[in-house]
Ligand binder design. Sequence first.
Ligand code: S3P
Length: 446
Amino acid sequence: MRFTVSPGGSINGEAKVPGDKSISHRSIMLGSIANGVTEVSGFLQGADSLATLAAFREMGVSISNPENGRVRIEGVGKNGLRAPSNDIDLGNSGTSMRLLAGLLSGQNFGSTLIGDESLSKRPMNRVVHPLRTMGAELDSGEAGRPPIAIRPGNKLKGISYELPVASAQIKSCLLLAGLYAEGCTSITEPGPTRDHTERMLRSLGYAVETKVLESSNAELSAEGARSQITVIGDGELNGGDIKVPTDISSAAFFLVAASIVPGSELTLRDVGVNPTRTGILHILWDMGADITLSNERLWGAEPVADITVRSASLQGIAIPQRYVPLAIDEFPVVFIAALAASGTTVLTGARELRVKESDRIAVMADGISALGGAATATEDGMIIESSTLSGGRVDSHGDHRIAMAFSVAAMLATNDIEIENCTNVGTSFPGYAELAQSLGMDIRVA
Ligand code: S3P
């Protein structure tokens, strides 16, 4: 699939982006192992969260076909999953594979997790090694990549583990294994990462303790800089209602587009504004963006708000490192904001971007440079100078967020930009091109 985007237009109106991907995955996983029924609304009907849904059906859970974001899960309880009859194919979804590796390490049956070409290149030893320390019997493939093969083994033992990188996927994987382990599983994170697993576990009645170890970061004092999250393996989950906010990572494309394209004013409704996800707002505010939150409220355990954005002139900044894990998925489009900003923007401390759906540092630097922009990749980040892109062709390398980021860039380019390999936009943002078109982007899909 190819997007062709013509320069011009502005972003105006009101919209709702699709449901949060991280929360949608977790609603299926936790709803499936809860006792009783879980009703989900706002579920993301994208390929990634649908891969998680299909995996649990394969393991005997009765889950309704999602309709307008509504899904009914007949929870089977913590020990009610059945052995899948085939390998579990998780497509493009790293979250599915890493979280399931933890949850399935606790089962009394074996399973094998596989993925598409992109997922098959991503590092899995970051979950395989600590799971082995818990007593799990599992292997990754060559060079620590998928597939992950899990054998039924002895009961897991709780561990104390210090995350080597700030990763919600590793944390969540180990907490899910911890639900099946003897004793306490305690995970220490170097800085705050998205805490949807902890919030949802608590909302389904499972005790999770979060202890702030150091709170040196004034702006994020509620989260603390370093914290320890503990679960004990003897609890049960009770099904309930889960209302999924819309995904701030999807909203980010329009927050940037409306900020950088003159004459824009857009309101996005019901956006998840969990403070472990709002790095994009802080970065854009620091750059001078005109973004306001209204109607702030809680949907169950998760804060939501309506977000209004108007165009503004942005300035380049040195992106504070504390925002990196809180905006980890938003950097492709942050780089586009940086092109439109005056001066220089510098990102450091973001080496994790190299192991996302693509190497987002290399792919974005190459794409921006190929279109005449000034971007220099560094080992752990990027240096971007204010510049105007010419038209031309870029390859998204099958990475949904790269494809959408370049579509935003095209609004300010001098000629059309063609973006190749856009099918995977449907992993997180089904209907992106249609919504973007309706808000004022001149985008065509072929
Ligand atoms: C996610 C965590 C992040 C993020 C991914 C979703 C999650 O990955 O990039 O898109 O749902 O836990 P890491 O934990 O690898 O940073």
